[in-house]
Design a protein around this ligand. Structure first.
Ligand code: ADP
Ligand code: MG
Length: 686
């Protein structure tokens, strides 16, 4: 069977289901085989009727004695059956499925799985899954209580539950997959080389696919998941490593000499001491510059972690080699800011920092600019380094290449900077072709924002504290619950209600302001302006509202229903305070009682590195939940868990090793084929 055969060609599927299956991204036979369960119902406990107990989930097998439909007074149907095995009888009930009496007939041998309930002494099975074992009574006695898992698909075993769509139930999918899988496997060879399978202790592909759909044990599920997850990660890594090789092969970068003495002097003359993380990042970047393959590095660090000086060191090293640099910023304001910061550091060394935006244009040894750089900028000296500051924008990888002339073989080195806390594991997967430096250490003297998870019982104490702070002329933010990713009336309402509530609470002792996205822009500016001037003491705001304003006098960040936020999001919000000289605090209010949820929130009390918090969220909530990745179609993994550091890095190592020995994969045609097929499936930002 051709794995790419259209699913409509399979008997019993046809056009009708083809259309429905498309909604599940199932178009071919192979897609169906790779439509994995997201969980399993454990119906593997098989009992005789005399041994069943209330509330337990069990499977029984027996003969239908009688079955009939009863119509209730409200006109609904209840199907009631009596099923017997050698040890006793049980009553089985289904609701609103009167057609069952057409399939299930007295005398049939049946397998049932579901929850037992007792009514007095009578055991009842309510709405169980069922399947017919034999439609005649002939052989019943011989093996009535002997259950063979291979006989059943929907009962009496670990039963796979799949993503469904209207008209396509898990039961339907199970039936089809059970039929097609053996045929598919007969024509399938393992595309992962043997030595990798052995080294990584992986299940073979045939086993893994059998196990994932029809496991006989929890252990088989684990084995299947590990193997199939490895495949996904391994293929993504191969694809990105190939992209990297390709990029490096087609481009030559200027090989720089690093003048260690001059750089030491440069560092000496900085107005502060570099953090260890900054030193590390500078070293990594400088060793990139020494190569004639173009660097493609991502520098990740929270706001104010000091990324600019890392870039400046590289710009300086490049300058010493007679090349110029470009620094691209997303907005004009940021470009001006960068120009100023860089000038402070670099003019000491006789460098001029140019600017190139819509409104201002002059060139320097290094030129900072916006997208305007793309249009009509011609550097006086060849460009050795391009730095792209993405600030908070997500989708950091490829944009930088825009600033690089695609038509020449010559390419500058590329450094992308981001303040978005992307966990290392996620970055390794999504940006496998980038080298990564993380600034996981804040400059000395930065104040730590004391963070407290506040349960309901301590809420009033927190309000008192806020009032005291206001009395001593400090200010506070109150952020209302995260309701949905985009601002709608629901979040506006939440903010308005909170505003009114606090008004009553503090009466006229405290001046309150309200800020949300549905305000007119004059109203927004007025609210922010008043807060800046200290006319407002407490600003109540929705989470999506851009509070990227610098209010050095604000010392308190209070967040309502904090459990609804991602940790990285909480971290970015609390970064709004602690910008002045006053001690600052963050209160996370929650009514959640869930130990997991509280543990998650409490990690903000101890950890103050965005990337670490994001990593915790990745582990506890999955990639889709953080950064709204799923909505953006950003991560298209079916089975791999991106928080599995080990597997992610093993997959990366194996991919690297593979390509070192076989850069064109000629020896592995199956792998190569698979790779070409899957390339388009994994969406990544551009
Ligand atoms: P970001 O990572 O947000 O781009 P910046 O590079 O703008 O951060 O740095 C924020 C501020 O911290 C700047 O004023 C910078 O001069 C200062 N800074 C950077 N590194 C250090 C350090 N090691 N010690 C003290 N201050 C530093
Ligand atoms: Mg910056």
């Amino acid at each position: 069977m051709n794995p790419d055969l259209s699913i409509s060609k399979i008997p019993g599927i046809g056009r009708y289901y083809e259309y429905k299956l498309r909604k599940l991204n199932v178009n071919t036979v192979e897609d169906l085989i790779y439509h994995f369960p997201f969980r399993y119902d454990d119906f593997s406990q098989i009992k005789t009727i005399e041994n069943i107990q209330t509330e337990e989930i069990v499977s029984i097998q027996g003969v239908i004695w009688q079955i009939k439909n009863i119509r209730t007074r409200s006109g609904k149907f209840i199907t009631v059956a009596t099923v017997a095995d050698q040890s006793g009888t049980v009553e089985v009930v289904w609701f609103n499925q009167p057609y069952l009496t057409q399939t299930l007939k007295p005398g049939m041998q049946i397998s049932l799985s579901g929850k037992i309930q007792f009514e007095g002494f009578r055991a009842k099975l309510i709405s169980p899954s069922y399947e017919i074992l034999r439609s005649s009574t002939s052989q019943i006695e011989s093996n009535l209580n002997q259950v063979n898992q291979d006989q059943t698909l929907h009962t009496g075993r670990l039963v796979p539950i799949y993503p469904e769509t209207e008209g396509v139930s898990s039961k339907w999918l199970r039936g089809k997959i059970a039929k097609i899988l053996p045929v598919y496997l007969k024509n399938t060879e393992d595309f992962v080389p043997k030595q990798i399978i052995e080294r990584q202790n992986l299940a073979g592909l045939t086993n893994a696919l059998n196990y994932v759909h029809f496991p006989k044990s929890q252990d088989e599920i684990e084995k299947a998941k590990k193997r199939l997850a490895f495949d996904e990660l391994f293929l993504i890594q191969l694809a990105s490593q190939l992209r990297k090789m390709n990029w490096q092969k087609t481009k030559t970068a200027p090989k720089m000499k690093v003048d260690n003495e001059k750089l030491a002097e440069f560092i000496q003359l900085l107005p502060f001491q570099l953090t260890g993380a900054q030193k590390r990042a500078i070293d990594e970047l400088l060793s990139d510059l020494k190569k004639d393959t173009p660097a493609n590095r991502l520098l990740e660090g929270d706001v104010a972690s000091g990324k600019t000086v890392v870039a400046a060191a590289a710009v300086f090293a490049v300058h010493l080699n007679g090349y110029s640099s470009l620094v691209a910023a997303p907005t004009e304001i940021l470009a001006f800011q960068h120009q100023q910061t860089l000038a402070e550091i670099l003019s000491l060394h006789g460098m001029t920092v140019g600017i190139w935006t819509a409104s201002k244009k002059h060139k320097g040894d290094v030129t900072v600019g916006t997208h305007a750089l793309l249009n009509n900028f011609k550097p006086e000296k060849p460009t050795g380094l391009v730095v792209v500051d993405e600030q908070h924008r997500f989708g950091v990888t490829q944009r930088g290449r825009l600033f690089i002339n695609q038509t020449t073989k010559f390419s500058p080195h590329l450094l992308t900077m981001t303040a978005t806390p992307i966990p290392r594991t996620l970055a390794l997967t999504l940006y496998g072709d980038l080298d990564l430096s993380i600034l996981d250490e804040m400059p000395k003297g930065r104040q730590k924002i004391d963070t407290f998870v506040v349960p309901n019982a301590k809420r009033n104490k927190a309000y008192k504290f806020i009032e005291e702070q206001v009395k001593s002329s400090r200010q506070a933010f109150v952020i209302t619950p995260f309701v949905e990713p985009s601002e709608t009336m629901t979040s506006v309402k939440a903010a308005t209600i909170e505003f009114e509530k606090l008004k009553t609470k503090f009466s006229n002792r405290v001046k309150l302001g309200l800020l949300h996205g549905k305000l007119k822009s004059e109203e927004k500016e007025s609210a922010i302006g008043k807060f800046q001037k200290g006319i407002i003491d407490i600003l109540v705001a929705t989470p999506v509202v851009e509070v990227g304003i610098d209010i050095p006098n604000a010392t308190i960040m209070m967040i309502e229903s904090a459990e609804r936020f991602g940790l990285a999001q909480l971290h970015q919000l609390r970064g709004r305070v602690g910008r002045g000289r006053h001690k600052s605090y963050c209160f996370l209010f929650t009514e959640s009682q869930s130990p997991n949820s509280l543990r998650r929130l409490k990690s903000t009390e101890k950890i103050d590195v965005g990337a670490e918090l994001a990593e915790i969220d990745l582990k506890m909530r999955g990639a889709g939940e953080i950064f709204g990745l799923r909505q953006s179609g950003f991560v298209n993994l079916k089975i791999a868990d991106l928080s599995d550091r080990n597997l992610v890095s093993e997959a990366q190592n194996e991919a690297k090793k593979m390509l070192e020995d076989n850069p064109n994969l000629k020896k592995y045609p199956l792998l190569s084929q698979k790779l070409n097929k899957l390339k388009s499936e994994y969406i990544r930002p551009n």
